[in-house]
Ligand binder design. Sequence first.
Ligand code: ARG
Length: 585
Amino acid sequence: MNLLEVLRGRFYQALENWAPDPATAAALVKPATDSKFGDYQANAAMSLGKAMGKPPRQVAEELLARLKWDDILEKPEIAGPGFINLKFKTEYLEGLLSQAAVDSRIGISPVAKPGRYVIDFSGPNVAKPMHVGHLRSTILGESLARLLRFLGHDVITDNHLGDWGTQFGILIHGYRTKLDAENLKKNPVAELARLYVEVRKDFKTAGDEDEGTPGDPVQDACRLETAKLHRGDAENIALWQKFMPACLEEIEAIYNRLDVHFDHVLGESFYQPMLGGVVEDLLARGIARESQGAVGVFLTEEGPPSLIRKSDGAFTYTTTDLATIDYRIREFQPTDILYVVDSRQALHFQNLFETARRWGRTGTDHGPRLVHVAFGSVLGSDRKPIKTRDGKAVANLDQLLDESVRLAGEIFDANKAEDADPSSRSSVTEAVGMGAVKYADLSQNRTTDYVFSWEKMMAMEGNTATYMQYAYARCQSILKKADVTPETINTKASIHLRAQEERALAMQLLRMEEILLVAASDLRPNVITGYLWDLAKAYSVFFQNCPVLKAPSELLPSRLLLCYLVARSLRLGLNLLGIRVIERM
Ligand code: ARG
């Protein structure tokens, strides 16, 4: 149930055939800025006053006379210059909650016109240990996939692995010069990680191997191996094939831990056979041209071109991404392709999308919408690399997740119920640990840099996963004390919203669909965390003021049902963030 849409629909009807541009005016129905004045407010009268040449308050009055409201709203009130305050009738809210209680989607409808989304996320460069930088794309992408899927869209997730880059030249060179063959047999993942680190130590300058330092013999040797691989050298291809399973095993373990799943893992290597054809086609259509031995797409007169083939014949990140767009359109016919990638790649995507447009793959009337879902960096509190609580640097993602679980263990031991089941410790701490890391990330506005803080993310009070997981477990424990389960609770019991705290909680519960639609259209999971925080606060106020287990008998079933709806809403919201709930904490 989308209350905002219901109101906008009513206003649209009232405005139609009377005011100019009814859709724009109806869109000016908004959540109330202060719940003192109502649940929602309509702000159209001011601008309509200008357009219609009447005083806004008069417009508001005429509009109200045309509005059908009496079945769902208290009498609307006009305030100030012409705001219309809207407050739902309590019986109406009670009826909607009763419907939600018996609905498997707690009353949240799927969208009327589903799209088909390809979501490109995570995409680590394999053969290097995954680090915190990969976390954001992975967590954000998974959450967006879950959200869009829940809203009824067709979602295809694709992990565009960097599995063809210069890091393989490093591994091949390490394999030839530093291999511990025994170790490779026993523990290939660890041996490859070791080779990568050992070779990098021999680089004269640290930094990105893609840039390289000319004249550094080790870097030159690595580059040579990469070039041989890309030319199809049989030996290097065989080594690449030998390394890939171990590389995949390493990242798989992390994805499993994070409960992240992909429909496809089509890395850069998959597109190699198509790259020559892409360059030829762009040349033939006059979209790309040669310049100093290289081939580029010249998007602006003055600026540097977007290179799609370098003078040494090597293809680029852009060439691969063009082939990927072409493939995805043919294979999946998506309405949207989302790239959940660091904002530092903004220029790459801007150029890529413009090239795809010139290539005829997308346009205003055909092809998918291409969106760079950009995000900022993860920083340590001192703007330096992230550390454990005792100050040791966290080198890779696995260590970071271990640290989070360790801290969750401290919380568990300090707070566990007396009758806690010790065998649940590891599953609880894993869920709390993963939840904390994910929620901290998702609750930030994705476009800003985010400062990683163990203290904040583990806090038991505040807008954290731990708090939400506790709130959920508390609801479950009340239901258990009342001796009801999801199977036995009377979902058909009538709901009574007598106390003001009950009504406020009901309003929060009923706003979830509206919120999820905003989160989906902005592609911002922090809209969901903000909602969960408001819901948890409304629940806590309700709980402090309205006894549940000791409620008068005519109110007990209704209050239990409210707890049950809160639990389901929290669980759904957390699930859309990729966070597990815990039945008992
Ligand atoms: N492997 C890339 C990187 O680490 C990210 C890939 C993003 N997806 C894409 N289609 N370009 O920077």
